[in-house]
Structures are given as C-alpha cells and as structure tokens.
Design a protein around this ligand. Structure first.
Ligand code: ADP
Ligand code: AMP
Length: 213
C-alpha cells in the first residue's frame, strides 16, 4: 500500500503518518525529516538544503527526487509525507513507481485553513533527538520540555516561527496545491477535514482505507 499525505505544513500529516506506521506497519517517509537529518549530519545534501529550509522555500526538485530514489523500499508499503510537493516531483514519482512495478493507492488531502496552520505550528514542539512531535496545548508532553518517547529536549523548529510559517503556507498554495487537481483527475484524492481532533482524523483515514486500493 502506497499512500501520499498531501497538505499544508502543520496540517497533521506527520502525526497521522506516525500512527498509521505503528498500527499498519507502513514505512513513514517524510522528506522534511530526511532533510533535517541531512542538515544535522552536515552531508552534502544537508549543506545545499539548509538555506532553502530556513527561508521556508522548497529545496530544488532534483535533490529531493534523488533522495526519494535512495530511500524508497523495494518491498512493503509506505506513506509519503511531504512528497511530492511540485508537479515535476509528482511526475518523477510516477516514473519511479512504474520502474519498480508499484501502484499508488490513495492520496489524502489534509484540508486546513491558514490560521489553523499558524496556530498549530506556533505551538509545535519537536524532539531534538527522535523527531517526535507535540503541541503545547493540543498534545503536550508529560513533562514540560522533555520528550515522552526518548527523554530528548523539545524545541520549536526555526521554520515554525510565524513569519516563516506564513511563507511556507504561501509556497504550499503556489507550488503544491496544483497537485490537488493532478491527483483529483485520476480519482486518487480523498479530502480530509483536518481541523478535527487527531483521533477523529485518524478514524476518517481508516474509514477510507477500509475499501482497499
Ligand atoms: P505536518 O506534518 O503536516 O507539518 P504535524 O503532524 O507536525 O503537521 O502537526 C503540526 C502540529 O499540530 C503539531 O504540534 C501537532 O501536535 C498538532 N496537531 C496535529 N494534528 C492535530 C489535530 N488534529 N488537532 C490539533 N493539533 C494537531
Ligand atoms: P516539512 O517538515 O515537510 O514541513 O518540510 C520542511 C522543509 O523541508 C520545507 O519547508 C522545505 O524547505 C523542505 N522540503 C521538505 N519536503 C520537500 C519537498 N518534497 N520538496 C522540496 N522541499 C521540501
């Protein structure tokens, strides 16, 4: 089962993908997490990506596509979270799936307005060690500033500052939203009301997945 989670930053894609990974054993492929890891390790990719990420701009397609090619598993299902983000990335994904004889199952669109995005991201806390995600109000850790999973330190991501968040939302509308039509025309798109509570959104996802691919 190959799924795409499409939606603006802060719409809850990572939160739901982690749940689905735990429950269904699907691999969670987050291009944002992979890039942050590359930046942390100071790899060539990380050095090239850093500047774009800090500004809330998209990292060039060729770097992202090469990265996806490297991590896509031969066997088993996966969730693509934050990829594709442009039409050329979606076309590259088509070619890659065809080459590996794989089929795209469904695309979930996480629908939320800009103000919800700003509210969620300004309160998001991320673990510096394992990448687990919390929210100061909607999903607080048991101990302030400490990750429930690994005990790591929780911080606000640099690109979750309001100014950068607004830029990222604009980039989403301009460069990523055209994918709604791209997948809609193929009858692959399932729109979720992602303003609902975490548990309700998860239930809606499972409901759609009940029908298979
Ligand atoms: P994305 O992966 O789409 O950028 P995240 O899953 O990291 O989004 O969620 C962004 C923030 O919103 C996090 O702080 C998360 O805890 C919180 N969050 C996620 N889903 C919901 C929800 N349904 N209701 C309220 N807060 C949520
Ligand atoms: P995310 O964690 O998904 O919000 O991504 C954080 C940042 O990583 C984005 O603002 C982009 O700079 C970069 N990024 C993540 N995924 C992609 C992608 N598919 N294409 C281009 N840039 C990406």
């Amino acid at each position: 089962m190959i799924l795409i989670f499409l939606g603006p930053p802060g719409s809850g894609k990572g939160t739901q993908a982690k749940r689905l990974q735990q429950d269904k054993g699907l691999m969670h492929i987050s291009t944002g997490d992979l890039l942050r890891d590359a930046v942390k390790k100071g790899t060539e990719l990380g050095k090239k990506a850093k500047e774009y990420m800090e500004k809330g701009e998209l990292v060039p397609d060729e770097l992202i596509i090469a990265m996806i090619e490297e991590v896509m598993p031969e066997e088993g299902g996966f969730i693509l979270d934050g990829f594709p983000r442009t039409i050329p990335q979606a076309q590259a994904l088509d070619r890659l799936l065809e080459k590996h004889n794989k089929n795209l199952c469904k695309v979930f669109l996480f629908d939320v307005p800009e103000e919800v995005v700003v509210d969620r991201l300004s309160g998001r806390l991320t673990c510096t060690n394992c990448g687990a995600v919390y929210h100061v109000r909607y999903n607080p850790p048991k101990t302030e500033g400490v990750c429930d999973v690994c005990g790591g330190r929780l911080v606000q991501r640099e690109d979750d500052k309001e100014e950068v968040v607004r830029r990222r939302y604009k980039v989403y509308v301009e460069q990523t939203a055209p994918l709604i039509d791209f997948y809609g025309k193929r009858n692959k798109l399932y729109r979720l009301d992602a303003t609902k509570e975490v548990q309700e959104v998860y239930r809606d996802i499972l409901e759609v997945l009940k029908d298979g691919c």
